[in-house]
Design a protein around this ligand. Structure first.
Ligand SMILES: Cc1cc2nc3c(=O)[nH]c(=O)nc-3n(C[C@H](O)[C@H](O)[C@H](O)COP(=O)(O)OP(=O)(O)OC[C@H]3O[C@@H](n4cnc5c(N)ncnc54)[C@H](O)[C@@H]3O)c2cc1C
Length: 504
């Protein structure tokens, strides 16, 4: 039995492990942290379960290729999802003309709501919601990794995407801001810009996300993110795989242009026939492999391409029932607050009240997130006391802002947990604490990142660094792809793992 050494027990590493076992390889995962999941995680604080990840999971219905990939690794088995009626609600407009924009998941309801906001935009609103409906059927790529697609596969894919090409040609190069300019209403323009609050984000990617919501295929998994990762870990172990925790990989061993194993931080060497890195891309290429297997294109990507920002996340455990709060809402502040030198005129509140795992009955867990400055936090972290003091100071400011929305809340807070960009970096080693790797702009939307490195055989990469835009389901697919590639190299037929709740 040939051995695959997998670096990282995040979603991609676990998925690779599961498919490796299903295809008869010996598989061991080496994880520097003490728990599985990587970015897909939650942590306990007293009676509360703080969540650090999932808002929605694409493929949650179990239908279509995305659902199939999740089912194969056991991500859906026994798991309940909440299909929310709203993606978010955002307060828009200026003083004296404030309105609530609700991003309903149902396109009909969204259509009616947008027309109430701006009857003059009816024609554009009809086009927008028709797009959401249409793109629910957009093909999610090919089962095979792009590297193994033959002419027949390309032809089949081209045929499947043909009905969408007209819209893609028209909209694929637009950011959300550029698309929003099609609406006359300043309220709708503002709402669309803030729906993800990431300037430069691809409109097309937003459209796909809204389409998945519209078909009940982007639910929130009850029980939180770590529970989801643990179900993959259980599947992997039940198939005979093993995970070694507290095992930081320092180096990937190479001999004559071939990966032959890994070296752990404790100095031990593990030999393997194949190595998959499902860890941070930069660390893999420039640290674990000393930059010996790169080229100008890879160097330019890692030097120049923008990443998803990292975040500051304040989670609050509150002794009050806040179940009337929507899952995600963005409120205008009468008194804007300044954090990290940036004035926040609005504040987003994420509520977990529809998930009983997060807080005791009658109590609530909420979180306030904003994109934070990695370099600033990294500098602060050089002095533990200043870092801790700044975390507290910013948390106080944010609590003050929440107090404006939920008067009297301060006295009901019984748990406070703040995570900074350095927290994400420390626990997952992701570059600059990014939450999803490469940023999805119109330029990177269809970017293909190689899963192998120049001059290095028997080595593959998986996860958000080869799957621009990241996300749980993409990373599940990336782990699957790595094993497909190894099977192709071994000239054996790839058989996906089976089991779990398969959609009808
Ligand atoms: C706040 C937030 C919200 C998100 N929301 C969503 C969402 O709603 N829906 C969605 O689909 N996705 C969401 N994501 C993105 C998603 O979580 C990630 O894209 C995905 O989990 C990345 O998985 P991965 O396996 O590629 O990498 P990671 O999760 O980064 O896993 C890498 C693993 O490798 C380990 N590792 C690193 N270096 C080493 C080493 N040297 N030796 C050993 N182990 C190592 C790390 O500890 C980690 O466990 C969100 C992420 C965040 C942070």
């Amino acid at each position: 039995m040939k051995k695959i050494a997998i670096i990282g027990a995040g979603i991609a590493g676990l998925s690779a492990g599961i498919h490796a076992r299903a295809n008869g390889f010996e598989a061991e995962i080496y994880e520097s942290h003490a728990v599985p999941g990587g970015l897909c995680t939650s942590w306990r604080r007293g009676d509360y379960l703080v969540d650090g990840c999932i808002h929605w999971l694409c493929g949650s219905s179990g239908k279509g290729p995305l659902g199939k990939y999740l089912a194969e690794v056991g991500a859906l088995e026994g798991r309940k999802f909440v299909d929310r009626e709203e993606i978010t609600r955002i307060e828009v407009g200026s003083e004296g003309d404030r309105r609530w924009f609700v991003a309903y998941t149902d396109p009909e309801r969204l259509n009616a709501h947008l027309k109430e906001l701006s009857p003059g935009d009816s024609a554009e609103i009809d086009r927008f919601t028709a797009l959401i409906r249409k793109f629910a059927d957009f093909p999610a790529g090919c089962d095979k990794p792009a590297e193994l697609m033959g002419p027949g596969d390309f032809l089949a894919l081209m045929k499947a995407i043909k009905p969408f090409m007209r819209e893609y040609r028209e909209l694929g190069s637009l950011t959300i801001e550029q698309y929003s300019a099609r609406f006359a209403s300043p309220h709708i323009r503002e709402a669309l810009r803030e729906i993800l609050a990431m300037p430069g984000f691809s409109f097309f990617a937003l459209l796909m996300m809204m389409s998945w919501h519209a078909t009940g295929n982007a639910g929130y998994p009850l029980g939180g993110s770590l529970a989801l990762a643990e179900s993959l870990e259980r599947r992997f172990v039940s198939l005979g795989g093993s995970v070694r925790y507290g095992a930081k990989v320092e180096r990937i061993l190479t001999e004559r242009g071939k990966a032959v194993g890994i070296v752990l931080a404790d100095g031990s060497t593990i030999r393997a026939d194949f190595v998959i890195s499902a860890a941070d891309g930069w660390q893999t290429i420039y640290r674990m492999l000393d930059g010996n297997h790169t080229n100008a294109k890879i160097d330019r990507m890692y030097r120049e391409l923008p990443l998803f920002n990292s975040i500051f996340c304040l989670s609050l455990g509150i002794d009050r029932d806040l179940s009337s709060l929507p899952a995600l809402s963005v409120h205008c502040l009468k008194t804007p607050v300044t954090v990290e030198g940036i004035t926040l005129k609005k504040i987003g509140i994420k509520s977990y009240c529809d998930d009983p795992a997060m807080a005791p009955k009658g109590k609530s867990l909420i979180a306030i997130l904003y994109p934070a400055d990695f370099d600033r936090w990294k500098k602060l972290a050089e002095d533990k006391e200043s870092y801790r003091a700044e975390k507290e100071a910013i948390s106080d400011i944010l609590v003050g802002a929440v107090e404006e929305i939920l008067p009297g809340i301060r006295t009901d807070i019984e748990m406070r947990d703040a995570a900074t960009p350095v927290t994400w970096e420390r626990y997952t080693a992701n570059r600059r604490g990014t939450i999803e790797g490469w940023f999805i702009s119109p330029k990177t939307l269809t970017m293909r990142v190689p899963k192998t490195l120049p001059g290095l055989k028997n080595f593959y990469m998986a996860g958000q660094w080869v799957q621009p835009g990241g996300g749980i389901t993409s990373c599940v697919k990336a782990g699957r792809d790595a094993i497909s590639l190894i099977c192709a190299r071994e000239r054996t037929r790839f058989s996906p793992a089976t089991g779990g709740r398969q959609a009808p």
